[in-house]
Design a protein. Structure first.
Length: 329
């Protein structure tokens, strides 16, 4: 399942139509369209009448109609349990974090459907203006696993550069792809594995050490260290952090080297939800470098750095409670 976000008029339906109109072999798609308003129009605008389309009007997925989302997905599955992919087009006002959390929290649903990724459609012409007016825009960009920049055909060079700069400042890790009038390779949107602990992509590598906090209160922070982390301290720090600040931390993810463990510990968090697991051993010859990324509103960078530094295992192999941390990079 792929969630398509992006501000009002950014080009979500156009991209959805581009995907549905592209050759797909035997692949079968299901579509959920969410609209904010009494009368759903977007469902009418979706091409390909043979698509399984469920429309959710009169509310926004991220707040009032979350239960309806679950109902819509169940309807799709009841009609065709063999769908290869489900695309959800959210309203332009939706905050993707609660949508992802709702889905991940529903065990029945997540037994049958895998949340693959969140794609944000970014309007090159209007981004600078819309982001000033609505904080949801920054959250949508920051949260995404893939950014699709639209309307480059009509944006001025300075609008394009500014839009790219804003998107990159909010989310340096997600690939940014230019899309004109919905012409996108559907493969670019599928198999993102944004929430898959075993995903092949290691996008943590792509994140820079830190991204400047933007004017929009949403920023991301990457923490790395070549020192091992003490398992107890790390787990307790993460749990406390997510419990206390989960509403502001929209997304957290990381690959961690724990002392006494030769496998990689990988975790994913969406707001107050956190899951993690030990994975395959660190590749031979690869340094055991821990990398964590936090994306959120009003991130307290100093507190995060301090908390992380306090999780470092002592270098001499003595017990964690004896050792004090060195600074984390
Ligand atoms: N020039 C140009 N116009 C585009 C592009 N992508 C979308 N549009 C136009 O932008 C307008 C809005 O596109 P939609 O696809 O309806 O946008 P949306 O995000 O689904 O809109 P809402 O559902 O209202 O949030 C339409 O007139 C599209 O034809 C593009 O790459 N270039």
């Amino acid at each position: 399942m792929t969630v398509l976000t992006g501000y009002l008029g950014a080009g979500k339906t156009t991209i959805l139509n581009g995907i549905l109109g592209a050759p797909r072999g035997a692949r079968r798609y299901g579509v959920v369209v969410n609209e904010f308003g009494e009368i759903g129009v977007d469902g009418e605008l979706i091409v390909g009448a043979d698509e399984a389309v469920v429309e959710l009007a009169n509310g926004c997925l991220c707040c009032s109609v979350r239960g309806d989302l679950i109902g819509a997905l169940e309807t799709l599955l009841a009609r065709d349990a063999g769908l290869d992919a489900i695309l959800i087009e959210t309203t332009g006002l939706a905050d993707p974090a609660p949508i992802a959390a709702t889905f991940l929290l529903d065990d029945d649903l997540s037994d049958h459907i895998r949340l693959d990724g969140v794609v944000c459609v970014v309007d090159a012409v209007h981004l600078a203006e819309s982001i000033e007016g609505d904080p949801a825009v920054a959250a949508q960009i920051a949260f995404a696993d893939l950014l699709l920049l639209t309307k480059a055909d009509v944006a001025s060079p300075s609008q394009r550069t500014e839009a790219e700069g804003i998107a990159r400042a909010l989310n340096a890790a997600a690939p940014l792809v230019h899309v004109t009038r919905g012409a996108v390779d559907p493969q670019a949107l599928f198999d993102l594995r944004g929430f898959d602990l075993r995903g092949p992509r290691n996008r943590f590598v792509a994140a820079p050490a830190a991204v400047e906090p933007s004017r929009h209160q949403v920023s991301s922070l990457a923490l790395t260290t070549d020192r091992e982390l003490d398992p107890d301290r790390f787990m307790s720090w993460m749990q406390t952090l997510i419990r206390r600040s989960g509403g502001d931390i929209l997304r957290s993810k990381g690959v961690v080297a724990l002392s006494g463990e030769n496998r990689r510990f990988v975790f994913h968090g969406v707001q107050t939800m956190l899951e993690g697991d030990v994975q395959e051993p660190w590749p031979i010859g690869d340094e055991r470098r821990s990398r964590l990324v936090f994306i959120g509103r009003n991130l307290d960078e100093a507190a995060l750095r301090d908390g992380f530094a306090a999780c470092l295992a002592p270098e001499d192999g003595s017990s964690a409670s004896e050792g004090r941390s060195a600074a984390a990079a």
